[in-house]
Design a protein around this ligand. Structure first.
Ligand code: AHR
Length: 498
């Protein structure tokens, strides 16, 4: 089958937001302990930070990292994780039923962020705590000195403020699983009051209010509306979270996950703008898609950590080639919404539903989903262009209009260089994509890489870390302004022209 599209630099959605390529480090399972931090590991530096994980984080192209949770933050006392290590208590992490040794905390995370070259995105606890503790934390991180908490930081050996700009006002506060769950009215009020107080301490911060935990929550839509009714003026972003999973019955639907993501994003944008219009506000809120990924929740049912151990193995999903295709397409959905999404975080970074895996005393390796993320973060440069492909629907995906082929493109306005991303979700057939390129520049194809289109269930492992990688393709033809490429069944492609 054939799909067609025009790529025209006149149709710009928005510049590619640098913060679109974020990730997430939660005190959960082996993300922190045994992931980013493993004192005594041969690759650990003097502070216990794994340099092999740092290297892979930089290679992944991560721009911003959310910390310390997630569900974890809703029961967390940040003070337990600062100051001399030998004085830090062992505490109960009630979110994941784990023992928290607190040997890694705020200042260790900030040191790690600097080495990784990422911007921190800090979450405050609005589950068991509230306005006062959020203010104390901000005073500790961002106030120059001469006050109780800023001097405490200085006493902990950190003279200059951390100057953290991006803050999450709690996490998934609508979830029955959340420690300190709230109604939308309770949370909206708390978020507004916390935001007001935090801005008095530091007017330069950017604040994210919690949206629904996912699109399937019974209050999705009304939660956002009620929270924003109260907090619209005081926050900059509303959050979205989404995890996708393949089951034997839903493969076509799974392959079309990005189509579901598009609709989810559009729904949240509509709700934000509805409240903005009601308030006669000229300010448009941005979206923070601060947790997204594939999560095979059904594999881990009943695997709660009932024994209160430290850093248990929790949700260490192993991703296949097919998963990489879907992750590539989810990134295309995020790019397409670059005008409204200001932040997005692949959840999580290491071991826990993650692109990077490690073993104790062993190696760090790239999972399949590492590759589409790294290629997109590296090559989605400049501006996102609006591309409207014609394509037949996906056979078997319910819901109207999930196209077999999806296409997104970015263009560097300085050089005219184009990057085209394309996915074919058809399980049987190769597609041909005919693109018309509107451009004055004489462009050449400099790179064409594909994932998928063959054996789809392969995974990487410590012993076979490069079993699933992108492969170079020559299946394209450029003739003047006409570019054709072959999209193998169930594949994700990136093609660069300079
Ligand atoms: O990323 C794992 C968990 O998923 C997070 O802690 C929570 O916010 C979400 O439900």
């Amino acid at each position: 089958f054939t799909s067609t599209a025009t790529i025209d630099p006149a149709f710009v959605i928005a510049p590619v937001p640098a913060r679109l390529f974020g990730s997430f480090v939660e005190h959960m399972g082996r993300c922190v302990y045994g992931g980013v931090y493993e004192p005594g590991h041969p690759a650990a530096d003097a502070d216990g930070l794994r340099t092999d994980v740092l290297e892979l984080t930089r290679e992944l192209g991560v721009s911003v990292v959310r910390y310390p949770g997630g569900n974890f933050v809703s029961g967390y006392r940040w003070e337990d994780g600062v100051g001399p290590r030998e004085q830090r208590p062992v505490t109960l992490d009630t979110a994941w039923r784990s023992l928290e040794r607190n040997t890694f905390g705020l200042n260790e995370f900030m040191a790690w962020s600097k080495l990784a070259g990422v911007e921190p995105m800090m979450a405050v606890n609005l589950g068991t705590r509230g306005v006062e503790d959020a203010c104390n934390l901000l005073e500790y991180t961002n106030f120059a000195g001469g006050t109780r908490y800023s001097d405490l930081r200085i006493g902990h050996g950190v003279r200059d403020p951390h100057a953290i700009r991006l803050w999450c006002l709690g996490n998934e506060m609508d979830g029955p699983w959340q420690i300190g769950q709230k109604t939308a009215t309770q949370y909206g009020q708390l978020a507004a009051e916390t935001a007001k107080a935090m801005r008095r301490i530091d007017p330069d911060i950017e604040l994210v209010a919690c949206g629904s935990s996912n699109e399937r929550m019974p209050t999705f839509g009304s939660w956002e509306a009620e929270v924003l009714d109260q907090a619209y003026e005081f926050v900059d972003y509303i959050s979205l979270h989404a995890y996708f999973e393949q089951t034997p019955a839903n493969r076509a639907q799974f392959l079309a996950s990005a189509h579901t993501m598009d609709a989810f994003i559009d729904g949240v944008v509509a709700t934000c703008d509805h409240i903005g219009a009601k308030k006669r506000s000229r300010r448009k809120l941005k979206l923070s898609f601060d947790e997204w990924n594939l999560w095979y929740e059904s594999r881990f049912v009943g695997q709660d950590n009932l024994d209160w151990t430290e850093a248990p193995r929790l949700i260490e999903d192993e991703y296949t080639t097919e998963d990489a295709v879907v992750v590539g397409s989810l990134l295309m959905s995020l790019l397409r919404h670059a005008d409204r999404i200001g932040v997005a975080c692949l959840a999580q970074l290491v071991n826990v539903i993650a692109p990077i895996r490690t073993e104790p005393d062993g190696k760090a390796w790239r999972q399949s989903i590492f590759h589409p993320f790294a290629l997109t973060a590296r090559h989605a440069r400049g501006e996102v262009l609006r591309v409207e492909p014609t394509s037949p629907g996906v056979p078997g995906a319910d819901g109207p209009g999930a196209p077999s082929v999806d296409v997104t493109a970015t263009r560097d306005p300085e050089t005219g260089a184009l990057t085209v991303f394309a996915v074919n979700r058809n399980e049987q057939d190769s597609g041909r994509l005919d693109l018309r390129l509107v451009t004055d520049a004489r462009l050449q194809v400099v790179e064409h890489q594909v994932m998928g289109g063959g054996e789809l269930m392969l995974t990487n492992s410590q012993d076979a870390p490069d079993r699933v990688t992108p492969r170079a393709s020559t299946q394209h033809e450029l003739d003047g302004e006409n570019l054709s490429l072959v999209l193998p069944p169930v594949s994700w492609s990136i093609l660069r022209l300079e």
